[in-house]
Design a protein around this ligand. Structure first.
Ligand code: ADP
Length: 400
Protein backbone atom coordinates (compact mmCIF):
# COMPACT_ATOMS: atom_id res chain seq x y z
CA UNK A 1 0.00 0.00 0.00
CA UNK A 2 2.88 2.32 1.10
CA UNK A 3 4.90 1.60 -2.06
CA UNK A 4 1.73 2.04 -4.21
CA UNK A 5 1.22 5.53 -2.78
CA UNK A 6 4.87 6.34 -3.37
CA UNK A 7 4.55 5.25 -6.97
CA UNK A 8 1.44 7.39 -7.41
CA UNK A 9 3.19 10.45 -5.96
CA UNK A 10 6.18 9.82 -8.22
CA UNK A 11 3.90 9.50 -11.23
CA UNK A 12 2.08 12.73 -10.42
CA UNK A 13 5.36 14.49 -9.83
CA UNK A 14 6.73 13.39 -13.21
CA UNK A 15 3.51 14.46 -14.92
CA UNK A 16 3.70 17.86 -13.25
CA UNK A 17 7.32 18.26 -14.41
CA UNK A 18 6.37 17.27 -17.96
CA UNK A 19 3.44 19.72 -17.98
CA UNK A 20 5.66 22.48 -16.66
CA UNK A 21 8.24 21.80 -19.42
CA UNK A 22 5.46 21.84 -22.03
CA UNK A 23 4.17 25.13 -20.64
CA UNK A 24 7.58 26.71 -20.68
CA UNK A 25 8.15 25.47 -24.24
CA UNK A 26 4.83 26.90 -25.43
CA UNK A 27 5.62 30.17 -23.66
CA UNK A 28 8.94 30.29 -25.49
CA UNK A 29 7.14 29.55 -28.76
CA UNK A 30 4.65 32.31 -28.09
CA UNK A 31 7.40 34.79 -27.29
CA UNK A 32 9.27 33.75 -30.43
CA UNK A 33 6.10 34.26 -32.45
CA UNK A 34 5.54 37.69 -30.90
CA UNK A 35 9.11 38.67 -31.74
CA UNK A 36 8.67 37.40 -35.30
CA UNK A 37 5.55 39.51 -35.73
CA UNK A 38 7.17 42.60 -34.22
CA UNK A 39 10.22 42.21 -36.40
CA UNK A 40 8.23 41.63 -39.58
CA UNK A 41 6.43 44.96 -39.28
CA UNK A 42 7.88 47.75 -41.44
CA UNK A 43 6.89 50.44 -38.92
CA UNK A 44 9.19 51.20 -36.01
CA UNK A 45 7.82 49.89 -32.71
CA UNK A 46 9.18 50.42 -29.21
CA UNK A 47 7.92 50.29 -25.66
CA UNK A 48 8.62 52.70 -22.84
CA UNK A 49 8.09 52.22 -19.10
CA UNK A 50 6.58 54.77 -16.72
CA UNK A 51 9.98 56.48 -16.51
CA UNK A 52 10.25 56.80 -20.28
CA UNK A 53 12.97 54.11 -20.53
CA UNK A 54 12.87 51.88 -23.60
CA UNK A 55 11.68 48.38 -22.77
CA UNK A 56 11.69 46.73 -26.19
CA UNK A 57 12.33 47.62 -29.84
CA UNK A 58 11.70 45.91 -33.17
CA UNK A 59 14.10 45.55 -36.12
CA UNK A 60 12.46 48.36 -38.11
CA UNK A 61 13.07 50.72 -35.19
CA UNK A 62 16.79 49.85 -35.26
CA UNK A 63 16.97 50.25 -39.03
CA UNK A 64 15.05 53.52 -39.16
CA UNK A 65 16.87 55.22 -36.31
CA UNK A 66 20.34 53.72 -36.62
CA UNK A 67 20.34 52.93 -32.88
CA UNK A 68 20.88 49.28 -31.92
CA UNK A 69 18.55 47.58 -29.46
CA UNK A 70 21.32 47.44 -26.83
CA UNK A 71 21.83 51.20 -27.13
CA UNK A 72 18.10 51.81 -26.80
CA UNK A 73 16.84 49.35 -24.22
CA UNK A 74 17.06 50.71 -20.68
CA UNK A 75 17.75 54.24 -21.93
CA UNK A 76 15.41 57.19 -22.14
CA UNK A 77 13.85 57.05 -25.61
CA UNK A 78 12.84 60.71 -25.64
CA UNK A 79 16.39 61.88 -24.99
CA UNK A 80 17.74 59.74 -27.82
CA UNK A 81 15.03 60.23 -30.43
CA UNK A 82 12.78 63.09 -29.66
CA UNK A 83 14.93 65.69 -27.91
CA UNK A 84 14.58 68.50 -30.47
CA UNK A 85 11.58 69.83 -32.37
CA UNK A 86 11.47 70.27 -36.14
CA UNK A 87 12.24 73.99 -35.76
CA UNK A 88 15.46 73.22 -33.86
CA UNK A 89 14.18 74.22 -30.41
CA UNK A 90 14.60 71.77 -27.51
CA UNK A 91 11.70 69.42 -26.82
CA UNK A 92 11.49 68.86 -23.06
CA UNK A 93 10.34 65.36 -22.11
CA UNK A 94 7.58 66.80 -19.85
CA UNK A 95 5.97 68.17 -23.02
CA UNK A 96 6.28 64.93 -24.97
CA UNK A 97 2.85 63.36 -25.63
CA UNK A 98 4.35 59.86 -25.39
CA UNK A 99 5.40 60.61 -21.83
CA UNK A 100 1.79 61.35 -20.87
CA UNK A 101 0.24 58.37 -22.62
CA UNK A 102 0.20 56.01 -19.66
CA UNK A 103 -0.72 58.61 -17.02
CA UNK A 104 -3.67 59.83 -19.11
CA UNK A 105 -4.46 56.27 -20.16
CA UNK A 106 -5.36 57.57 -23.62
CA UNK A 107 -3.93 56.57 -26.98
CA UNK A 108 -2.72 59.44 -29.12
CA UNK A 109 -1.89 59.84 -32.80
CA UNK A 110 0.48 62.52 -34.08
CA UNK A 111 0.27 63.15 -37.83
CA UNK A 112 3.64 64.75 -38.35
CA UNK A 113 6.68 65.11 -36.16
CA UNK A 114 10.43 64.60 -36.24
CA UNK A 115 12.47 61.80 -34.67
CA UNK A 116 16.28 61.93 -34.75
CA UNK A 117 18.59 59.26 -36.09
CA UNK A 118 21.78 58.19 -34.37
CA UNK A 119 23.76 60.19 -37.00
CA UNK A 120 21.87 63.37 -36.10
CA UNK A 121 19.69 63.48 -39.20
CA UNK A 122 15.92 63.99 -38.83
CA UNK A 123 13.24 61.46 -39.82
CA UNK A 124 9.80 62.90 -40.59
CA UNK A 125 7.34 60.56 -38.85
CA UNK A 126 3.76 59.98 -37.90
CA UNK A 127 3.28 58.00 -34.71
CA UNK A 128 0.79 56.59 -32.27
CA UNK A 129 1.40 56.01 -28.59
CA UNK A 130 -0.88 53.58 -26.76
CA UNK A 131 -0.87 52.88 -23.02
CA UNK A 132 0.16 49.44 -21.80
CA UNK A 133 -1.91 48.47 -18.80
CA UNK A 134 -0.17 45.73 -16.80
CA UNK A 135 -0.98 44.54 -13.26
CA UNK A 136 2.47 45.44 -11.97
CA UNK A 137 3.93 48.96 -12.28
CA UNK A 138 6.92 47.34 -14.05
CA UNK A 139 4.51 46.16 -16.76
CA UNK A 140 3.02 49.60 -17.37
CA UNK A 141 4.04 52.22 -19.88
CA UNK A 142 3.31 52.84 -23.55
CA UNK A 143 3.95 51.31 -26.94
CA UNK A 144 4.93 53.65 -29.74
CA UNK A 145 4.42 52.78 -33.42
CA UNK A 146 5.97 55.19 -35.90
CA UNK A 147 6.19 55.40 -39.68
CA UNK A 148 8.90 57.07 -41.73
CA UNK A 149 7.15 59.68 -43.90
CA UNK A 150 10.18 60.59 -46.06
CA UNK A 151 8.95 58.78 -49.17
CA UNK A 152 5.41 60.11 -48.79
CA UNK A 153 6.62 63.67 -48.31
CA UNK A 154 8.93 63.36 -51.31
CA UNK A 155 6.02 62.12 -53.42
CA UNK A 156 3.88 65.04 -52.25
CA UNK A 157 6.67 67.45 -53.10
CA UNK A 158 7.07 65.83 -56.54
CA UNK A 159 3.33 66.19 -57.12
CA UNK A 160 3.51 69.82 -56.06
CA UNK A 161 6.37 70.51 -58.46
CA UNK A 162 4.46 68.76 -61.16
CA UNK A 163 1.46 70.95 -60.53
CA UNK A 164 3.65 74.03 -60.63
CA UNK A 165 4.90 72.93 -64.05
CA UNK A 166 1.37 72.39 -65.22
CA UNK A 167 0.44 75.84 -64.02
CA UNK A 168 3.43 77.24 -65.90
CA UNK A 169 2.18 75.63 -69.05
CA UNK A 170 -1.25 77.17 -68.52
CA UNK A 171 0.41 80.56 -68.22
CA UNK A 172 2.27 80.06 -71.49
CA UNK A 173 -0.90 78.99 -73.26
CA UNK A 174 -2.86 81.84 -71.75
CA UNK A 175 -0.20 84.24 -72.92
CA UNK A 176 -0.37 82.75 -76.39
CA UNK A 177 -4.08 83.52 -76.44
CA UNK A 178 -3.46 86.98 -75.11
CA UNK A 179 -0.82 87.85 -77.72
CA UNK A 180 -2.92 90.36 -79.62
CA UNK A 181 -3.92 92.09 -76.40
CA UNK A 182 -0.30 92.25 -75.25
CA UNK A 183 0.85 93.58 -78.63
CA UNK A 184 -1.79 96.27 -78.42
CA UNK A 185 -0.70 97.10 -74.90
CA UNK A 186 2.92 97.51 -76.09
CA UNK A 187 1.95 99.54 -79.11
CA UNK A 188 0.58 102.42 -77.10
CA UNK A 189 3.77 103.45 -75.24
CA UNK A 190 5.84 102.87 -78.39
CA UNK A 191 3.58 105.18 -80.42
CA UNK A 192 3.72 107.77 -77.63
CA UNK A 193 7.55 107.57 -77.61
CA UNK A 194 7.66 108.13 -81.39
CA UNK A 195 5.31 111.14 -81.20
CA UNK A 196 7.20 112.68 -78.28
CA UNK A 197 10.61 112.12 -79.92
CA UNK A 198 9.36 113.89 -83.07
CA UNK A 199 8.15 116.78 -80.89
CA UNK A 200 11.66 116.99 -79.34
CA UNK A 201 13.27 117.21 -82.78
CA UNK A 202 10.86 119.95 -83.75
CA UNK A 203 11.63 121.83 -80.53
CA UNK A 204 15.39 121.60 -81.18
CA UNK A 205 14.90 123.26 -84.56
CA UNK A 206 12.94 126.24 -83.23
CA UNK A 207 15.01 129.45 -83.07
CA UNK A 208 14.37 129.96 -79.37
CA UNK A 209 15.11 126.62 -77.88
CA UNK A 210 12.62 126.01 -75.05
CA UNK A 211 14.57 124.07 -72.49
CA UNK A 212 11.72 123.60 -70.00
CA UNK A 213 9.38 122.24 -72.68
CA UNK A 214 12.08 119.93 -74.03
CA UNK A 215 12.66 118.55 -70.58
CA UNK A 216 8.92 117.87 -70.15
CA UNK A 217 8.67 115.97 -73.45
CA UNK A 218 11.81 113.97 -72.69
CA UNK A 219 10.29 113.11 -69.32
CA UNK A 220 7.19 111.78 -71.12
CA UNK A 221 9.42 109.62 -73.35
CA UNK A 222 11.13 108.12 -70.29
CA UNK A 223 7.73 107.47 -68.70
CA UNK A 224 6.38 105.66 -71.77
CA UNK A 225 9.59 103.66 -72.19
CA UNK A 226 9.25 102.56 -68.56
CA UNK A 227 5.64 101.51 -69.24
CA UNK A 228 6.73 99.38 -72.21
CA UNK A 229 9.57 97.91 -70.14
CA UNK A 230 7.11 97.00 -67.38
CA UNK A 231 4.93 95.08 -69.85
CA UNK A 232 7.97 93.20 -71.17
CA UNK A 233 9.14 92.44 -67.63
CA UNK A 234 5.69 90.99 -66.88
CA UNK A 235 5.80 88.90 -70.07
CA UNK A 236 9.22 87.52 -69.25
CA UNK A 237 8.16 86.73 -65.70
CA UNK A 238 5.19 84.74 -66.93
CA UNK A 239 7.10 82.92 -69.62
CA UNK A 240 10.16 82.08 -67.52
CA UNK A 241 11.33 78.48 -67.81
CA UNK A 242 12.18 76.72 -71.03
CA UNK A 243 9.53 74.68 -72.75
CA UNK A 244 10.47 70.98 -72.74
CA UNK A 245 11.19 69.06 -75.92
CA UNK A 246 8.73 66.57 -77.39
CA UNK A 247 9.45 63.07 -76.18
CA UNK A 248 8.15 59.58 -76.83
CA UNK A 249 5.34 59.02 -74.39
CA UNK A 250 3.42 56.03 -73.14
CA UNK A 251 -0.11 57.41 -73.07
CA UNK A 252 -1.42 54.87 -70.54
CA UNK A 253 1.41 55.58 -68.11
CA UNK A 254 0.80 59.29 -68.53
CA UNK A 255 -2.92 58.87 -67.70
CA UNK A 256 -2.11 56.73 -64.68
CA UNK A 257 0.47 59.21 -63.49
CA UNK A 258 -2.19 61.92 -63.29
CA UNK A 259 -4.35 60.05 -60.84
CA UNK A 260 -2.61 61.33 -57.69
CA UNK A 261 -3.39 64.86 -58.81
CA UNK A 262 -7.02 64.08 -59.60
CA UNK A 263 -7.98 61.80 -56.77
CA UNK A 264 -8.23 64.38 -53.98
CA UNK A 265 -10.72 66.45 -56.00
CA UNK A 266 -12.64 63.37 -57.09
CA UNK A 267 -12.87 62.13 -53.54
CA UNK A 268 -14.17 65.47 -52.35
CA UNK A 269 -16.84 65.44 -55.05
CA UNK A 270 -17.76 61.79 -54.41
CA UNK A 271 -16.66 60.85 -57.94
CA UNK A 272 -15.27 57.41 -58.76
CA UNK A 273 -12.46 57.45 -61.34
CA UNK A 274 -12.03 54.45 -63.60
CA UNK A 275 -9.34 53.91 -66.24
CA UNK A 276 -9.69 51.53 -69.18
CA UNK A 277 -6.27 51.52 -70.84
CA UNK A 278 -6.07 50.18 -74.38
CA UNK A 279 -3.66 47.31 -74.93
CA UNK A 280 -0.42 47.51 -76.93
CA UNK A 281 -0.60 51.22 -77.66
CA UNK A 282 2.44 52.55 -79.51
CA UNK A 283 4.13 55.66 -78.09
CA UNK A 284 3.18 59.14 -79.15
CA UNK A 285 5.58 62.04 -79.69
CA UNK A 286 4.38 64.91 -77.53
CA UNK A 287 5.24 67.43 -74.89
CA UNK A 288 4.35 65.57 -71.74
CA UNK A 289 3.31 68.53 -69.71
CA UNK A 290 0.96 69.79 -72.40
CA UNK A 291 -0.90 66.49 -72.80
CA UNK A 292 -1.10 66.25 -69.03
CA UNK A 293 -2.62 69.70 -68.93
CA UNK A 294 -5.28 68.72 -71.48
CA UNK A 295 -6.18 65.59 -69.53
CA UNK A 296 -6.19 67.48 -66.28
CA UNK A 297 -8.51 70.14 -67.73
CA UNK A 298 -10.92 67.57 -69.14
CA UNK A 299 -10.97 65.47 -65.98
CA UNK A 300 -11.41 68.47 -63.70
CA UNK A 301 -14.26 69.75 -65.86
CA UNK A 302 -15.85 66.29 -65.70
CA UNK A 303 -15.55 66.14 -61.91
CA UNK A 304 -16.92 69.65 -61.50
CA UNK A 305 -19.88 68.87 -63.76
CA UNK A 306 -21.01 66.12 -61.37
CA UNK A 307 -20.78 68.05 -58.11
CA UNK A 308 -24.38 69.23 -58.32
CA UNK A 309 -25.89 65.86 -59.24
CA UNK A 310 -28.69 64.76 -56.90
CA UNK A 311 -27.77 62.24 -54.24
CA UNK A 312 -27.94 58.65 -55.34
CA UNK A 313 -27.16 59.43 -58.98
CA UNK A 314 -23.89 57.82 -60.14
CA UNK A 315 -20.84 60.08 -60.31
CA UNK A 316 -18.42 58.35 -62.62
CA UNK A 317 -15.39 59.52 -64.50
CA UNK A 318 -14.11 57.05 -67.06
CA UNK A 319 -10.86 57.54 -68.94
CA UNK A 320 -10.26 55.19 -71.85
CA UNK A 321 -7.45 54.99 -74.37
CA UNK A 322 -7.54 53.03 -77.61
CA UNK A 323 -6.26 52.73 -81.12
CA UNK A 324 -8.51 54.91 -83.26
CA UNK A 325 -7.00 54.42 -86.67
CA UNK A 326 -3.78 52.59 -87.45
CA UNK A 327 -1.75 55.75 -86.91
CA UNK A 328 -3.93 57.50 -84.35
CA UNK A 329 -4.70 57.00 -80.66
CA UNK A 330 -7.93 58.13 -79.04
CA UNK A 331 -8.45 59.22 -75.44
CA UNK A 332 -11.98 59.58 -74.17
CA UNK A 333 -12.87 61.30 -70.89
CA UNK A 334 -16.50 60.51 -70.03
CA UNK A 335 -18.62 61.63 -67.12
CA UNK A 336 -22.15 60.92 -65.92
CA UNK A 337 -23.00 64.60 -65.53
CA UNK A 338 -25.65 66.62 -67.38
CA UNK A 339 -23.28 67.78 -70.14
CA UNK A 340 -23.02 71.37 -71.39
CA UNK A 341 -26.17 73.18 -72.45
CA UNK A 342 -26.72 73.62 -76.20
CA UNK A 343 -25.76 77.26 -75.92
CA UNK A 344 -22.46 76.52 -74.13
CA UNK A 345 -21.74 73.63 -76.45
CA UNK A 346 -21.49 75.94 -79.42
CA UNK A 347 -18.83 78.04 -77.70
CA UNK A 348 -17.01 75.36 -75.71
CA UNK A 349 -13.61 75.98 -77.29
CA UNK A 350 -13.91 79.74 -77.47
CA UNK A 351 -11.79 81.53 -74.83
CA UNK A 352 -13.62 82.88 -71.79
CA UNK A 353 -16.63 80.60 -72.18
CA UNK A 354 -17.50 79.61 -68.65
CA UNK A 355 -20.53 78.81 -66.52
CA UNK A 356 -18.56 78.60 -63.28
CA UNK A 357 -18.54 81.42 -60.76
CA UNK A 358 -14.74 81.31 -60.57
CA UNK A 359 -14.04 79.83 -63.99
CA UNK A 360 -11.71 81.52 -66.44
CA UNK A 361 -13.11 79.76 -69.45
CA UNK A 362 -9.62 79.07 -70.78
CA UNK A 363 -9.17 75.35 -70.04
CA UNK A 364 -10.91 73.98 -73.10
CA UNK A 365 -9.58 76.57 -75.51
CA UNK A 366 -6.04 75.93 -74.24
CA UNK A 367 -6.58 72.20 -74.56
CA UNK A 368 -7.97 72.61 -78.07
CA UNK A 369 -4.88 74.58 -79.07
CA UNK A 370 -2.53 72.01 -77.55
CA UNK A 371 -4.18 69.05 -79.30
CA UNK A 372 -4.22 70.88 -82.65
CA UNK A 373 -0.54 71.71 -82.23
CA UNK A 374 0.05 67.98 -81.82
CA UNK A 375 -1.87 67.33 -85.04
CA UNK A 376 -4.81 65.80 -83.21
CA UNK A 377 -8.46 66.68 -82.71
CA UNK A 378 -10.44 67.54 -79.56
CA UNK A 379 -14.22 67.15 -79.72
CA UNK A 380 -17.23 66.46 -77.58
CA UNK A 381 -19.81 63.67 -77.74
CA UNK A 382 -23.08 63.77 -75.82
CA UNK A 383 -24.87 60.53 -75.09
CA UNK A 384 -28.55 59.80 -75.50
CA UNK A 385 -28.93 58.37 -72.01
CA UNK A 386 -27.02 61.15 -70.29
CA UNK A 387 -23.35 61.82 -69.79
CA UNK A 388 -20.81 63.46 -72.01
CA UNK A 389 -17.42 62.50 -73.42
CA UNK A 390 -14.56 64.80 -74.34
CA UNK A 391 -12.34 62.98 -76.82
CA UNK A 392 -8.99 63.74 -78.34
CA UNK A 393 -6.87 62.00 -80.91
CA UNK A 394 -3.09 62.01 -81.22
CA UNK A 395 -0.94 60.61 -84.00
CA UNK A 396 1.46 57.81 -83.08
CA UNK A 397 5.22 58.38 -83.48
CA UNK A 398 6.19 58.42 -87.12
CA UNK A 399 9.79 57.38 -86.62
CA UNK A 400 8.90 53.94 -85.23
P1 ADP B 1 -13.65 76.79 -67.03
O1 ADP B 1 -13.35 75.48 -66.44
O2 ADP B 1 -12.79 77.77 -66.51
O3 ADP B 1 -15.09 77.19 -67.02
P2 ADP B 1 -13.26 75.49 -69.57
O4 ADP B 1 -12.81 75.96 -70.87
O5 ADP B 1 -12.55 74.36 -68.98
O6 ADP B 1 -13.27 76.71 -68.59
O7 ADP B 1 -14.79 75.05 -69.73
C1 ADP B 1 -15.73 75.96 -70.27
C2 ADP B 1 -17.13 75.56 -69.91
O8 ADP B 1 -17.50 74.36 -70.59
C3 ADP B 1 -17.36 75.25 -68.46
O9 ADP B 1 -17.58 76.40 -67.68
C4 ADP B 1 -18.59 74.36 -68.53
O10 ADP B 1 -19.79 75.11 -68.59
C5 ADP B 1 -18.45 73.63 -69.84
N1 ADP B 1 -17.94 72.26 -69.66
C6 ADP B 1 -16.69 71.83 -69.82
N2 ADP B 1 -16.58 70.52 -69.57
C7 ADP B 1 -17.83 70.09 -69.24
C8 ADP B 1 -18.38 68.82 -68.85
N3 ADP B 1 -17.62 67.71 -68.77
N4 ADP B 1 -19.71 68.77 -68.58
C9 ADP B 1 -20.48 69.88 -68.67
N5 ADP B 1 -20.01 71.08 -69.03
C10 ADP B 1 -18.71 71.19 -69.31
Amino acid sequence: MGSGLLLLILFLLLRAIRKSRQLSRSQQNLQHRHELILNSVADGIYGVDLEGRTTFVNHAMEQLTGWSSSELIGHNAHQLLHHTRADGTPHPSEECPIYHTSSSNRAIFIEQDIFWRRDGSPIPVEYSSTPIRGDEPSEQGAVVVFRDLSARLQATEAARQHQAELAHMARLSTMGEMTSGIAHELNQPLAAIVTNAQACIRLLHTPHENRAKLEKVLGRIAEQAERAAAIIRQLRRMARKEEPESTHLDLNALIKGLLPLLEPEARKAGVAIRIQPGGNLPPIAAQRIQIEQVLLNLCRNAIESMVELPHGQPRQLLITSAHHEPQTLLVRVSDSGPGPSTEVRERLFTPFTTTKPKGMGLGLSISHGIIEAHRGRLYVETHEHGGVSFCFTLPVCEDL
